[in-house]
Design a protein around this ligand. Structure first.
Ligand code: AMP
Ligand code: GLY
Length: 441
């Protein structure tokens, strides 16, 4: 069969790579893909410049899927899902892995997702929603003023809409909260996404990402969780510096105990499943639970309606099952947890970023592996290079994005995976390359 992957990041490279491993898959088209997928076995980049967030772009993608005879398409990022790509494909009777637009609001609107959590009893921080407009701003301001007059705990301000990682601010003082509210709600610094906000209690603990396959339709279905992972969001070692899209991931997570996992199931996964069934959405795709865990107790920070980046680059190498079969099971309703078979061992996947990232960064630097152009294979047994912000030109790879690539090393245990990843990263070079040295430490 042929399949189509929509997206251009490291996550999409990992998805395409895993699908290409299936003996049932002949070709993986990646639209638009990146310099990594361009070199991947059985993979072919397609449709550069087509915008999957517009109706016109979705038509072009659907035309392509039809002509290429793809068995199904997999959507990587959230924005096309929020823009209704699933319905556009369904109208053409094309199979697509991803939630419908209504379910995609679990990520696209913080207010919607907080209301869903409250309605179905999913454990999360207490919160209040403030609508856009002058009155909403004044109310929000009063709310944070009262908060800081009663306690010295920080407070968390979340833009309602999709803000590419710039929508959450943790304010330690009233002045910080006020300036954030003003910039989001009044000045529109993150556009319409920040006109309305959710303000919630600050939670302490350690973050864990649980990604899962979801197959819910007509009020029936399952959520099958993957091996847990942990992203490292701050730019510098020891969790210092600004937030980024993710500087590296590990899987599994040693401190996410069995007791905490059981708590996650009963307090978060099960009520979420009940909610999806009750809301009668068509959710055949992936979900990502962003958790805060303290003393074995989990709170849900957020849902994403897609796989995580870079978590996917750490998780998929541990999947022993045929990923094309998993996608087929999601689509045809035969998904069960037993469908997901995991390897023993661990993965460490540090990300290499361009100089300046997450601010304005360098581009166009030549990427080499042991002094030569990357060839798309394994760097060494169990060690894979996933491209993200890289493009291929005349056989050479050049940086084109802030998070350029990830090295994903699979080994028998976490420490061996860590040393294998960092040994391999030493062979990778580009001018201005930066990375964290403490992923998984
Ligand atoms: P979100 O997009 O909601 O996951 O928020 C982005 C990041 O902000 C999370 O990964 C956490 O690091 C942090 N965060 C969000 N909500 C809270 C909270 N209630 N308490 C503490 N940290 C939070
Ligand atoms: N790694 C965080 C995310 O994918 O949103």
């Amino acid at each position: 069969m042929n399949v189509l992957v929509i997206g251009s990041g490291g996550r999409e490279h990992a998805i395409a790579w895993k699908l290409a491993m299936s003996p049932k898959v002949d070709a993986v088209f990646v639209a638009p893909g990146n310099g990594g997928t361009a070199l991947e076995k059985k993979c072919e980049n397609a449709l550069a410049g087509v915008d999957p967030e517009t109706e016109a772009g979705q038509m072009i993608l659907a035309d392509f899927a039809e002509k290429a005879g793809v068995a199904f398409s997999v959507v990587g990022p959230e924005a096309p899902l929020a823009a209704g790509i699933v319905a556009a494909f369904h109208r053409r009777s094309l199979a697509i892995v991803g939630p419908d637009k209504r379910a995609a609001r679990l990520e696209a609107s913080k207010a919607f997702s907080k209301a869903f959590m409250a309605k179905y009893g999913v454990r999360a921080a207490a919160s209040r929603e403030f609508a856009g407009g002058g009155a909403g701003f004044e109310d929000a301001l009063r709310h944070v003023k009262t908060h800081f007059s009663q306690t010295n705990q920080p407070i968390v301000i979340k833009a309602d809409g999709l803000a590419a990682g710039k929508g959450v601010v943790i304010a330690n003082y009233f002045m910080e909260a006020e300036s954030c509210l003003r910039s989001f709600m009044k000045d529109g610094v993150i556009g319409d996404a920040g006109r309305a906000v959710v303000i919630e209690d600050f939670l302490r603990g350690k973050e864990v990402s649980v990604l899962a396959a979801v197959s819910v339709r007509n009020g029936e279905g399952v959520i099958a969780p993957f091996i847990p992972a942990r992203d490292h969001k701050r730019r510098f070692d020891n969790d210092e510096g600004p937030n980024t899209g993710g500087m590296g991931a590990i899987a599994p997570v040693p401190d996410f105990t069995e007791a905490a996992q059981a708590d996650f199931r009963s307090s978060i996964l099960e009520p979420t499943l009940e909610g999806l069934k009750a809301e009668n959405v068509d959710y055949r795709g992936f979900i990502f639970f962003g958790l805060m865990v303290q003393d074995g107790r989990c709170h849900l920070l957020e849902y994403n309606v897609r796989l995580g980046d870079p978590e996917t680059q750490a998780i998929l190498p541990l999947l022993d099952s045929d990923f094309a079969d998993v996608c087929a099971a999601i689509l045809n309703g035969s998904l069960t947890e037993n469908r997901l078979v995991w390897k023993r061992g661990a993965v460490c996947a540090p990300v290499a970023v361009a100089d300046g990232y997450p601010g304005p960064y360098r581009k166009g630097d030549c990427v080499t592996v042991n002094g030569a152009a990357p060839n798309g294979g394994e760097l060494s047994p169990g060690v894979k290079l996933f491209g993200a912000g890289v493009r291929l030109q005349d056989g050479d790879s050049f940086t084109s994005g802030g998070r350029a690539l990830a090295v994903s090393a699979y080994a028998a245990d976490a420490e061996s995976a860590r040393s294998a990843a960092y040994r391999a990263l030493e062979s990778v070079r580009f001018e201005g390359m930066g990375f964290r040295k403490d992923i998984g430490r």
